[in-house]
Design a protein around this ligand. Structure first.
Ligand SMILES: *Cc1c(COP(=O)(O)O)cnc(C)c1O
Length: 351
């Protein structure tokens, strides 16, 4: 593996005031695709990339990404969480976007080297981590609307703060009845760039109305709950934990999958099925909607305190984190930070 050292290292930011995705480490991993094959992995200084203004991905969004995290244990060991799942999903996203698949072991080796190289950038304060952003973009400098012949794969790393800097505050979400995120047959189950640009307008409107995020409904009927921003959704009705099934328009979250496995192993009944917003509202009216939460790499588990629908706010569990949400958050983060026995074999040891 070719490694080019950065000539000068950046000063580290204040690890107690990181926020999300604002600072980047000194190096990144790159790999280029030409003539039908991926080239060698290189580690190079983190820097701006030069490209033609006609570069394919800048116009038609032929691009995909992933999100994962690395941690440093009190013993100084570097760990990560289910990265194999991230790279498998990235290859599925690539296939959907007409982009070439890559060798997972090869990229994993590159990432391991990069993480070892940048280990001083892994923050250790409670709730902090080193966010990993693998990205693949189409690089043909041509305006024709067709799959590119050349691609760039890169991984950048960003030390990030605790998602809940001021404790776990439940989020307020607004059911979106006009705009949709994804439809079956579309690109909703791929982590592709265009999905996020398309979601911004509804999100801005929800924020202007005092909500944090949007709860998307299915595109065909505006009836079934799908997901929120970059989080999968769970609803606790009576003693059942219900999460929308992966019908093709929902991103198959790795935290979602882990939450299902963990809750089942703790004896909870977890059901994957379509769930309509009217069923959720009815359960709320009958006092049977006990908890709701979202799952995703950034926040891990995010309690939902308010769901706004048809002009009224459904306030869940007194706008406080529920018991199951709390148990899941604690157990999942304890596994990720190495504070709890990893009986699922989810934690990857880097060094
Ligand atoms: C990334 C993402 C998620 C969460 O996936 P994780 O693998 O749990 O991080 C959920 N929904 C969308 C739209 C996403 O982009």
């Amino acid at each position: 593996m070719k490694i080019t050292m950065a000539s000068n290292k950046k000063p580290k930011p204040d690890f107690s005031k990181l926020g999300f995705g604002k600072y980047f480490t000194d190096h990144m991993m790159v790999m280029d695709y030409n003539d039908g094959e991926w080239g060698n992995i290189e580690i190079v200084p983190f820097d701006c990339m030069q490209m033609s203004p006609a570069t394919n991905c800048l116009h038609y969004a032929q691009g995909i990404f992933e999100g994962a995290k690395a941690y440093k244990t009190p013993e100084g060991e570097i760990t990560s969480f289910r990265l194999d799942e991230n790279f498998a999903r990235m290859n599925r996203s690539a296939s959907r976007m007409c982009m070439p698949n890559f060798d997972v072991d090869k990229v994993m080796n590159g990432l391991v080297e990069l993480l070892k190289f940048e280990k001083d950038w892994i923050p250790t304060n409670e709730g902090t981590s080193l966010y990993i952003r693998p990205t693949m973009i189409a690089t043909d400098p041509m305006l024709g609307v067709h799959a590119s012949h050349t691609y760039k794969f890169f991984i950048i790393l960003s030390p990030v703060g605790a998602y809940y800097a001021n404790g776990l505050k439940p989020t307020k979400i607004l059911v979106e009845e006009k705009y949709v995120r994804a439809s079956i047959g579309g690109t909703g189950e791929a982590k592709c760039m265009g999905n996020y640009a398309a979601s911004l307008l509804a999100s801005e409107i929800a924020i202007s109305k005092g909500y944090d995020q949007v709860l998307w409904l299915d595109a065909a009927e505006r009836k079934y709950a799908e997901e929120v921003g970059a989080m999968n959704m769970f609803f606790v009705i009576d003693d059942e934990v219900i999460t929308p099934e992966l019908v093709g328009s929902i991103l198959p979250g790795i935290t979602r999958k882990s939450a299902i496995e963990l809750l089942r192993s703790e004896g909870y009944k977890v059901v994957e099925r379509r769930i309509s917003i009217d069923e959720i509202a009815k359960a709320y009216d009958e006092g049977r909607l006990k908890e709701s939460f979202g799952t995703g790499t950034a926040a891990v588990v995010s309690p939902v305190g308010v769901i706004g629908y048809k002009g009224r706010d459904m306030i869940i569990n007194n706008n406080e984190m529920g018991t199951i949400t709390n148990e899941l958050y604690t157990k999942l983060t304890d596994i990720q930070y190495g504070r709890r026995d990893d009986k699922f074999d989810w934690v990857i040891k880097i060094n």
